[in-house]
Ligand binder design. Structure first.
Ligand SMILES: NS(=O)(=O)c1ccc(NC(=O)NCCCCO)cc1
Ligand SMILES: [Zn+2]
Length: 257
């Protein structure tokens, strides 16, 4: 019996993707007091006020909310970025319980989950695919999720998850991801990569220091998603879809703090 969806663990990704052992891999462990405070780093500016969300999809690795990136209505700019980057999608990484599930860690501590807002440099590159292979092609905003009270707006996403339990997609209209931001936009930034294959070293990472608070119940709804499709008889819960921290290899992490 060979399961259709053979979950390939991060430790063997390098066999098919040698860049997995490259010099700017993500995630990393962020050590706050070793980060360089760079006063030239301005604030990150998020313009997400137009309705560009399209659908929510279980792609077999995570749950992704995709956006219409045909123009510059939803962009991130400022901070370490030389120009505006277009919002393409956001998705989450989580564990199977408690406080493991984030990809980046802070002084060795991990959070229950991590939200990634993925943007691409449409000024320099024609398509996301082209930007995804360029050293300054992508900008991903990382936000930690910590368990506590219910998150007032995350309900919009978690209440839709039962519709994408299997590998399917459903529409989401006018979801503004600004409602998922913490109060402070202080951040760490460093040059890294995609955290899942193809692991391209094309990401300018911007990781917010302040986590958002979500309830255990809301997080639990992510864990009932399945890696498998409806037609497969094996039902494998989607959990622990996070890559562990990778070697820093001499990189400097700068902080806006
Ligand atoms: N976790 S992460 O680093 O934010 C991340 C973001 C996007 C992707 N991949 C992605 O968007 N693929 C879409 C098609 C690839 C090039 O066309 C993988 C990992
Ligand atoms: Zn991610």
């Amino acid at each position: 019996f060979i399961p259709f969806c053979i979950i390939i663990s991060p430790s063997v990704w390098h066999k098919n993707y040698p860049v997995a052992q490259g010099n700017r891999q993500s995630p990393i462990d962020i050590v706050p007091h070793q980060a360089l405070h760079d006063p030239s780093l301005g604030p990150v500016v998020l313009n997400y006020d137009q309705c560009t969300s399209m659908n929510i999809t279980n792609n077999g690795h995570s749950v992704v909310v995709q956006f219409d990136d045909s123009d510059d209505r939803s962009v991130i700019q400022g901070g370490p970025l030389d120009n505006p980057y277009r919002l393409k999608q956001f998705h989450f990484h989580w564990g199977e319980k408690g406080c493991h599930g984030s990809e980046h860690t802070v002084a060795g501590n991990s959070y229950a989950s991590e939200l990634h807002l993925v943007h691409w440099n449409a000024v320099k590159y024609k398509t996301f695919g082209e930007a995804a292979t360029a050293p300054d092609g992508l900008a991903v905003l990382g936000i930690f999720l910590e368990t506590g009270d219910d998150h007032r707006w995350l309900h919009v996403i978690t209440d839709a998850l039962y519709m994408v339990k299997f590998k399917v997609s459903t529409t989401v209209n006018c979801f503004n991801p600004k409602c998922l931001l913490p109060s402070s936009l202080h951040y760490w930034t460093y040059l890294g990569s995609l955290t899942t294959p193809p692991l391209h070293e094309s990401v300018i990472w911007i990781v917010l220091r302040e986590p958002i608070i979500v309830s255990e119940k809301q997080l639990g709804k992510f864990r009932m998603l399945l890696f498998t499709g409806e037609e497969e008889d094996q039902r494998i819960r989607m959990e622990n879809n996070f890559r562990p921290p990778q070697p820093l290899k001499g990189r400097k992490v700068r902080s806006s703090i």
